[in-house]
Design a protein around this ligand. Structure first.
Ligand code: AGP
Length: 360
């Protein structure tokens, strides 16, 4: 297995670095000869004919599903609900007349998601799995499969599978929109190319992120990630990464919710990572950052070209509004990686965790 890792000290770092290539690979796999989106006609039909989509997933895949909801609703105009698999299984919401169930799973083996799949199949509903392992249980048992083409993910902390899932969801959303005759000036295959290049800014300049990790997280006991709308979903993922591998108590919060309770946790020196890439809300988020700074927080702002301000620690290149999560998560993954490293944690095999959770 050392051969597969090549010169990398950890699988996680290798997999973070692979992300620009994974995105370019997805572009090729989903591109037809005439540059249009290549997708199985049956899948197209299934998505287009649904009156509501239920996305079911766990952990990082659930976080990709939260972004997927935004993409499918905004681009394809279909109502979407994203659910945590284990909750859905025992507390099923009222279903629409013609639902489509989309299971997002890197491994395709997550027991909680499979439990839902088995149940909704019994009810006769349509099912589609988005997975990195086409031969997996969730792929075999669902009617349709979309492959994320990220290559094997070995590190317990998921990185490239997450960005790949969101890329496929963006492609699916646009394909559905086009099939339904909606006008579309967003070309996902072209925009994903811009994303791949933007990702490289971070994978090629890791020193800044290593410094942020050392500076903010070598001794801290907790860390907060705050963002609004799409950025909020990425904050949840950033916090999960940090928790999993560095054991720092981390939470992702919606910027506007802080004042309703969470802000009580802010003390002198508490690290707060703010994410602001969305045109509509970046100024509100900056307001929330000021509120925590006034209470002693140690702020680290991640913003995007176009909306940046002088003191921002990390500025990502400009990408399409719909695709910012694919790029903004990279500094978070790398900060988590270096934080874990500095704290002497076992990056690839964190305590108490398994790569895929095959028990309920
Ligand atoms: C991610 O870093 C986690 N280790 C975990 O949350 C994972 O995403 C979750 O268990 C779901 O796995 P799956 O995508 O293989 O279904």
């Amino acid at each position: 297995s050392d051969i597969e890792k090549g010169t990398y000290p950890h699988y996680m770092l290798k997999e973070i670095d692979e992300q620009p290539f994974v995105i370019r690979n997805i572009i090729t796999k989903y591109k037809d000869e005439d540059d249009s989106i290549k997708l199985d006609e049956e899948v197209r039909q299934a998505v287009q004919s649904a009156d509501r989509i239920y996305i079911i997933a766990a952990g990082t895949s659930y976080h990709a599903g939260l972004v997927g909801k935004e993409l499918l609703e905004k681009i394809a105009n279909i109502p979407v609900e994203t659910h945590i698999a284990s909750e859905f299984l025992y507390n099923m919401p009222l279903l629409s007349k013609k639902p489509l169930f989309i299971f997002i799973s890197q491994s395709g083996e997550t027991a909680d998601s499979r439990g839902v799949l088995v149940n909704v199949k019994k009810l006769g509903h349509q099912t589609l799995t988005i997975t990195n392992v086409p031969g997996s249980t969730l792929s075999r048992e669902a009617e349709y499969t979309l492959h994320t083409y990220a290559g094997p993910e070995i590190a317990v902390a998921s990185t490239k599978a997450y960005t790949a899932q969101m890329a496929v969801l963006a492609i699916l959303a646009v394909d559905t929109a086009r099939a339904s005759g909606l006008e579309m000036d967003f070309d996902p295959l072209q925009e994903l190319g811009i994303v791949a290049n933007a990702m490289e800014i971070f994978t090629e300049q890791k020193d800044v992120l290593e410094e942020v990790a050392r500076d903010y997280l070598s001794v801290s006991r907790n860390c907060f990630f705050i963002g609004r709308s799409m950025d909020y979903h990425v904050c949840m993922e950033g916090a999960l990464k940090l928790k999993e591998i560095s054991y720092i108590q981390a939470e992702g919060f919606a910027g506007g919710e802080l004042k309703h309770g969470t802000i009580a946790l802010i003390e002198e020196g508490t690290p707060v990572i703010g994410l602001a890439t969305q045109e509509k809300v970046h100024l509100n988020l900056r307001g929330n950052m000021k509120e925590v700074v006034a209470r002693g927080a140690y702020p680290c702002m991640i913003s995007m070209e176009g909306f940046q301000e002088d003191d921002d620690k990390i500025v990502m290149p400009k990408v399409h509004d719909y695709l910012t999560p694919l790029v903004s998560v990279i500094p978070m993954q790398l900060i988590s990686y270096y934080a874990a490293l500095h704290r002497g944690c076992d990056v690839d095999k964190p305590r108490n965790l398994a790569k895929s959770v095959t028990v309920e």
